[in-house]
Design a protein around this ligand. Structure first.
Ligand code: ZN
Length: 345
């Protein structure tokens, strides 16, 4: 039986990889290099292969101990065929036009290159699977829904057989992927019909109200009205210097304006969480991504809105918590998927 798998987090800027054991511990160090996302498929494949080789070296394990590779990819992934249906961050420039990845057989290409079985999934979906097994899901929570806050808002849903009738032989957590691999787009839950236009084309998605740029815009509007606030001082009056991290700093130092920003942001996220609680009745809702580090003010607001909008008896047993594995979410998600592949043989 394999002792390790490899988790790979393919991003638009970097590709990261690490060797991971059955308990979710990383052997050696995670390694990374530029993913060369806009230089065409062969370049990105080369970057992925090199990063995996370096991760194996860093861990100092034998190739025969490696059971599978799990690839976390931002895009619409057909995990059954190992094909990237669409990934807008990847592609190549030809005569001034950018051609995005469509129908790219990435899984098979990596498998042929390295001689190790490859599984692939959407990065936000897999972050939920990793958090289920190695974080707040403890590997046995009765259902986990995860949101990843960042440039956009990603999501994933993990269910166990207790949540699904008629599946007696199903062990552990299973990721909801839908009919064509696209399920779990929780960031596009519409919570305000008259809200701002979202990148997906709809209006009022939770992503359009709580993504990184929406938080920054909220902060800019507020400091325009209150130029003497601590947040305004911290950015030296320059709205271009505002980041979610700066808002968190101001909030920690007691700035009421910064507090308001997290309370409003948390309200929107909490309304979306109420929808997930009503649909999935999960034991855990985990909030990940760097923005989740804003801390208790944000989480109090999320829990308050969830309490006001979710069906009370469904919310009763639900823990709404910061994700425990924020830093290596993609790697661990890939690893969790790879372990499932090893177990299925
Ligand atoms: Zn949307």
């Amino acid at each position: 039986m394999a002792r390790y798998v490899i988790g790979v987090d393919l991003g638009g800027t970097n590709v990261r990889a690490a060797v991971v054991d059955r308990q979710g511990a990383i052997a050696g160090e995670p390694v990374q290099q530029p993913s060369r996302a806009q230089e065409g498929f062969p370049s990105t494949l080369e970057a992925i292969a090199q990063t995996i080789e370096q991760a194996i070296q860093s861990a100092g394990v034998a190739r025969s101990d490696l059971g599978a590779i799990g690839l976390a990819v931002p895009g619409h992934i057909d995990s059954v065929r190992g094909v990237v249906r669409w990934a807008p961050n990847f592609g190549e420039w030809r005569e001034g036009l950018f051609y995005e990845w469509r129908e790219v057989p990435l899984g098979e290409a990596v498998q042929q290159r390295l001689g190790i079985p490859v599984r692939m999934g959407n990065d936000a979906n897999l972050a939920a699977l990793g958090e289920y097994y190695y974080g707040s899901g403890r590997g046995h929570a009765k259902g986990l829904v995860m949101l990843t806050l960042g440039t956009g808002i990603g999501g994933g849903v993990v269910l166990t057989r207790e949540q699904v009738q008629g599946s007696a032989h199903w062990q552990g957590g299973a990721l909801l992927v839908g009919a064509s691999g696209g399920a779990g787009e929780l960031g596009h839950t519409i919570i305000a019909l008259n809200g701002p236009r979202c990148g997906c084309g709809a209006t009022g998605c939770v992503e359009s109200l709580a993504k990184r740029d929406a938080i920054i815009e909220r902060a800019r509007e507020k400091i325009r009205r209150e130029p003497n606030s601590l947040l305004a001082q911290l950015c030296a009056g320059d709205p271009a210097r505002i980041t979610p991290r700066l808002v968190a700093e101001a909030c920690e130092q007691g700035d009421p304006l910064a507090r308001e920003i997290w309370e409003e942001t948390g309200f929107y996220i909490g309304v979306a969480v109420a929808c997930f609680v009503n649909i999935f009745n999960p034991e855990v809702v985990a909030i990940g991504g760097q923005i989740a580090k804003a801390g208790e003010v944000l989480f109090d607001a999320i829990r308050r809105a969830a309490r006001d909008y979710a069906i009370p008896t469904l919310l009763e047993m639900c823990r709404i918590v910061p994700a425990e594995r924020i830093e290596d979410a993609g790697i661990l998600g890939g690893a969790a998927l790879a372990w499932q592949a090893v177990q299925e043989g």
